[in-house]
Design a protein around this ligand. Structure first.
Ligand SMILES: [Zn+2]
Length: 131
């Protein structure tokens, strides 16, 4: 049986980070559908599980690898965003955060200095804010 399964999976993509993420999503959706007794959510969960299995059995390995790579990139961006928000929250006592009106660069200024002129280090735009 094991051998048969191994032979069946030869040349197929198998599991990766994106699939692990998708199967967790599917489980969460199915759990929610049980709680809400919603057939729509359970179909969604089954669909996600279906995509997960389809990717696992896919023979187009380069395409699946690329998808996984894009998934990791996105995951990294989301993690960076949360890390940024966390440090902003931790520093809220001492700093104020503004965005440059020109280039949207996020800027950090010390609190309690009254009205100050801020100049953006990226594009050089100057603007006045209360700190
Ligand atoms: Zn700027």
């Amino acid at each position: 049986m094991r051998e048969k399964f191994r032979r069946f999976m030869t040349g197929r993509y198998g599991s990766d980070g994106l699939n692990q993420f998708l199967s967790i999503c599917a489980l969460v959706l199915l759990a929610i559908s049980l709680l809400l007794r919603s057939s729509l959510v359970s179909w969604l969960g089954i669909a996600v599980l279906g995509v997960c299995y389809w990717r696992m059995l896919s023979r187009n390995i380069s395409r699946r690898t690329e998808e996984n790579y894009r998934f990791y990139n996105l995951q990294q961006r989301v993690q960076n965003k949360f890390a940024g928000l966390k440090s902003q929250w931790q520093g809220r006592k001492y700093y104020r955060y503004y965005r440059c009106p020109q280039c949207r660069q996020k800027l950090r200024v010390p609190r309690g200095r009254g009205r100050i002129q801020i100049s953006c280090p990226r594009c050089g735009t100057q603007f006045i804010k209360k700190s």
